[in-house]
Design a protein around this ligand. Structure first.
Ligand SMILES: *Cc1c(COP(=O)(O)O)cnc(C)c1O
Length: 393
């Protein structure tokens, strides 16, 4: 499908709130051009850390992307990073594009600001790749940004390099900047590779959002960041400044963790990262092989992150009208709680978190199996009979 592009150049305007937010202390401190006297040791009685931003810049640089500390904005977690990006880029009445299924916070943040969300579909049968025709069809003259979440919550999918390039082509053709939610960066299973959007983009501005929460398993530490990737300086007119101003609506992200950030990002041994991945990979294979055998359920094996989506064939469970009813009844009878697909705008699925200890995960799978066999429309007798003659139902 090909619609006529709605714009003919890059014009990314900051929202009113971004333009109208000022913090005089910050603007003085950050715009001071005077160099201190080199003969006297500097005593900072103004405000905090530059070294934390340098650490994030180092951590996020590689042979394809060079990040400057001035392109790093520290936030209270990745959700705060997303909040600032959406708030800076979109005005009430404009829209942003979000994935379906997708993490619900994009909608929560945008709709609260009077920004419309439009969903583009993912395709479970193609490893949850984006339906590119659908993505393109959703873009209109009011589209302020596209949110891309890779690796994905709730799908655990990891996009290929080619797929990311195709996404960038669309964004470039329509002059729409991308907010890349890459909180699961590097959390991919053996044999898969994570490519950041910024490493593949030449002209499309990318606001890349990440943080400590997932890879370092510390959700309560509330440390995240935005990295502004903007090779063509398209965001210099307002957005960059707007993000800085918005970040100053709170006085700053957790300073204790800021202080620790250089050590966390530079000294964490590779073994820590590898062990987390090994565990997640083992758990997802375990859950996948268990759930595959359960009548009426169809799991989709993830390639990364910490989740697995499972399709529920509701025609096999006619007493439940929705994934929510299925989940509620399972909670009541088995004390196993999964999120219904509804939470991700994707009915008829449930999402499993695979981070619980192995024994607990196995126990959960067994209880899910009991539950499904008990509620499956075919009586358990029929199931036993089919099992006996080796037919998969
Ligand atoms: C958990 C999560 C976040 C938020 O992370 P915090 O750093 O805890 O705010 C953002 N995006 C996705 C996709 C997530 O799963």
């Amino acid at each position: 499908m090909s619609t006529t592009p709605t714009r003919d150049s890059w014009k990314v305007e900051a929202s009113y709130i971004a333009k109208n937010t000022h913090n005089p202390i910050r603007s003085i401190v950050e715009n001071i051009v005077i160099e201190p006297n080199p003969n006297k040791l500097m005593i900072a009685l103004s405000i905090g850390y530059q070294s934390a931003r340098e650490a994030v810049a180092d951590y996020s640089s590689n042979e394809f992307v060079q990040v400057d500390p001035k392109d790093v904005i520290l936030c209270s977690g990745c959700s705060c990073a997303l909040d600032l990006c959406i708030t800076a880029l979109a005005r009430p009445g404009q829209n942003i594009l979000i994935p379906r299924p997708g993490f619900s916070i994009y909608r929560t943040l945008a709709e609260g600001l009077g920004i419309t969300v439009k969903s583009y579909n993912l395709r479970p049968e193609y490893g949850w790749e984006i339906n590119l025709d659908d993505l393109e069809a959703q873009i209109d003259e009011n589209t302020a940004a596209i949110i891309i979440n890779n690796p994905s919550n709730p799908c655990g999918s990891v996009f290929s390099r080619d797929h990311l390039t195709d996404i960038l082509d669309i964004a470039a053709r329509y002059y729409v900047p991308i907010i890349a939610d890459e909180i699961y960066e590097h959390m991919v299973f053996p044999g898969r590779t994570f490519y950041s959007l910024a490493s593949l983009s030449n002209d499309v501005p990318i606001l890349s959002c990440s943080g400590l929460t997932k890879r370092f398993l510390v959700p309560g530490w509330r440390m995240g960041w935005i990295i502004i990737h903007d090779k063509q300086n398209i965001l210099d007119e307002g957005i960059r400044q707007g993000l800085v101003c918005l970040s100053q609506r709170i006085i700053g992200s957790n300073t204790i963790v800021q202080g620790a950030l250089p050590a966390i990002l530079r000294n964490t041994p590779q073994k820590f990262y590898d062990d987390v991945i090994d565990t997640l990979y083992e758990h997802s294979r375990l859950a996948y092989s268990h759930i595959s055998k359960v009548p009426g359920l169809n799991p989709i094996m993830p390639d990364g992150a910490m989740y697995m989506m499972v399709y529920i064939d509701l025609t096999c469970f006619t007493e439940f009208k929705s994934d929510l009813e299925f989940v509620q009844c399972m909670l009541m009878e088995e004390s196993v709680f999964c999120l219904p697909g509804q939470c991700f705008d994707y009915p008829s699925y449930i999402r499993l978190v695979i981070t619980v200890p192995k024994e607990m995960l196995v126990e959960a799978c067994l209880r899910i199996q009991d539950f499904c066999e008990r509620h499956h429309c075919k009586t358990s007798q029929t199931i036993n009979e089919l099992d006996r003659i080796g037919i998969k139902y």
